[in-house]
Structures are given as C-alpha cells and as structure tokens.
Design a protein around this ligand. Structure first.
Ligand code: SF4
Length: 171
C-alpha cells in the first residue's frame, strides 16, 4: 500500500490542475512526488512533439514557481502545447489556471492558445469571470485530495491504459 506524508510542495501546479480533471489518484501520486512520468513512453512522445514543432522557441518558461509556460508569442498569447486532444478539457483548465495566475500577478487579461500539433488543431482560450470562480473551487478540490494521507481508490478509466501509474494501481 502506498502512503505518504504531506505533499512536499504546497504550490498547486498546472499539471495538478490538469490531473484533477483526469484522475484524483494520479493527482495524489504526482503531488506526493511519486513520479513515474520519466519512464513513460507517452511523456517521451509529448517531449518529441514539442521538440519537433517548436525547437527554435523557448520551452517551459518558468513564470512563477508553479507556472511553467510552453511559449509566449510576441502578440502576448500564452501557448500550451499538447500531444493529443484526448483530454482536452483537462488541458483547457491547465491553461486557464495559467491565465488566472498571470492575471492575479497583475498581468491583465492575457489570452491563450491550446495547440495540438499532431491534429493540426488550435483552440483559443479566454478566462471568463465564471472560470475564475470555478478555478477557486477547483483549487480547493485539489487541496482536499492531496491532503489525504492515502491516494484515492483508483477507478478504471480509458486513460489508465497509458497512465504512468498503472502498475501502482492495477498490479
Ligand atoms: S492508472 Fe488509472 S486510476 Fe491509476 S492513476 Fe492512472 S488514471 Fe488514475
């Protein structure tokens, strides 16, 4: 059985916001530094997508401790690059969380673009007042999950097949 002390970092990252929408168990593992992502072929593919399409651009610009942005273009748009649109809702909220953080730090109403190079798809993203309320609520949900002493019981979902934590959950 996996147990852990309090998560080492109390900062909520964009990846945590993303995982909230995919799987609370994954969120808990990640927040507790149980990170198997480097072994994952899927993550490696994600890196390749970034490198292949945006090799000349600055990648993962650290803006704040918990905000690492893929690209900011000269027109001021924040770009988040993903290998697949399968979890588009999760990616959308990750980017909205970045926009929310930037706004809270006084950078105004910056807009974003979700990019899926493999699908040749770009989704413009804007932060609304309703989104801002929802983000406050989601942040509390994240805190509630990661402060649990044990990971939430896993539930089988299609995403499990490619999840780097599948051996922890299902073996
Ligand atoms: S294998 Fe499935 S249940 Fe386990 S962390 Fe991954 S997505 Fe969640």
């Amino acid at each position: 059985m996996i147990t852990s002390d309090e998560p080492k970092s109390r900062s909520i990252t964009g990846v945590m916001m993303n995982y909230l929408h995919i799987c609370p168990t994954e969120l808990w593992y990640f927040a507790h530094d149980i990170n198997m992502s480097f072994d994952s072929d899927i993550v490696a593919l994600g890196r390749l997508v970034n490198e292949e399409y945006y090799v000349r651009d600055a990648k993962e610009i650290p803006v704040f401790e918990n905000v690492r942005i893929d690209r900011i273009t000269p027109d001021g748009y924040v770009h988040e690059v993903k290998k697949s649109d399968r979890a588009e809702e999760a990616h959308l909220w990750q980017l909205k969380y970045y926009l929310w953080m930037l706004k809270r730090h006084g950078l105004g109403d910056i807009q974003g673009v979700l990019e899926f190079p493999k699908q040749r798809k770009r989704v413009p993203v804007k932060l609304t007042a309703e989104d801002e309320k929802q983000i406050e609520h989601k942040l509390q949900q994240i805190r509630d999950i990661i402060q649990q002493p044990l990971p939430p019981k896993p539930k089988k979902i299609p995403y499990c097949r490619k999840c780097s934590y599948r051996e922890l959950c299902w073996c």
